[in-house]
Design a protein around this ligand. Structure first.
Ligand code: BTN
Length: 233
């Protein structure tokens, strides 16, 4: 792996994402065993109990179709989980689901010319707060995993996929992501104000979802979708 040049292991931190935002360190991976204020998109709280894998990394590189980075990272997580025998799905644009529950969340932020990406993967947690539709590798398989091994295997996949994205763009990932995409062909609600309802018909060559709405076709590159009529979010 040539991309990740340093690694910092913390017992506890407020958020690996914020830690890296404050430091200027590049190509650095910051891992924490727990986070006090782990966060997700739209300022949501990311539950970070012991047993999960929480890390962020910073890069100063440009990628073709950079807006599709969360999808490429989601695919890397799916590929990793497949190596462990799980078949996971991607909820556009940055979530990974297993058996109808969230197993991983991804946060990609741009700070000036730096990309800071954070990944929270539920590995060995035995339970989650009530009301949270979350699962872990342990809860699904009944066995414990070596978090360090999981991290290194994931970083390897990310490194390779980022090389591909850089050289060839999102097009090369499209089919692999479509195969794992949740809600394809189904009616979804995009959380706009007011909400947009449409059928998720396709994924564009740049990573946008294509929605067929009452007003015609809409292409969207960021946002949050839920299946119409469910509470999966
Ligand atoms: C989401 O589901 O919206 C994204 C969740 C991202 C959580 C990870 S855990 C490591 C890194 N540090 C944070 O505070 N957030 C990300």
């Amino acid at each position: 792996m040539k991309r990740f040049l340093c690694m910092l292991w913390l017992e506890e931190v407020s958020s690996t994402q914020d830690y890296l935002k404050d430091k200027m360190s590049l190509n650095c991976v910051v891992v924490a065993r727990t986070q006090r204020l782990g966060r997700g998109r739209y300022g949501r709280f990311w539950h970070s109990d012991m047993g999960g894998l929480y890390f962020s990394f910073s890069l100063k590189e440009s990628f073709k179709d950079e807006q599709a980075l969360p999808l490429v990272l989601s695919l890397s997580v799916c590929q990793l989980l497949e190596d462990y025998g799980f078949f996971a799905s991607i909820k556009w644009i940055n979530d990974v689901y297993l058996k109808g529950k969230k197993i991983c969340g991804i946060l990609v932020e741009k700070v000036k010319d730096r990309i800071i990406a954070g990944i929270g993967l539920n590995v060995n947690q035995e339970n989650f707060p009530e009301g949270l539709q979350a699962t872990s590798m342990l809860l699904v398989s009944g066995r414990k995993y070596d978090t360090i091994e999981v991290l290194f295997r994931l970083l390897k996949k990310i490194d390779r996929n980022l090389d591909l994205l850089k050289e060839r763009g999102f097009g090369d990932f499209r089919e692999d992501i479509k195969k794992r995409l949740l809600f394809l062909g189904e009616e979804v609600i995009l959380q706009t104000d007011p909400p947009t309802v449409g059928i998720l018909t396709d994924l564009s060559p740049e990573g946008q979802i294509i929605l067929l709405t009452a007003e015609g076709e809409k292409r969207v590159i960021s946002g949050d979708i839920t299946l119409r009529g469910t509470i999966l979010s």
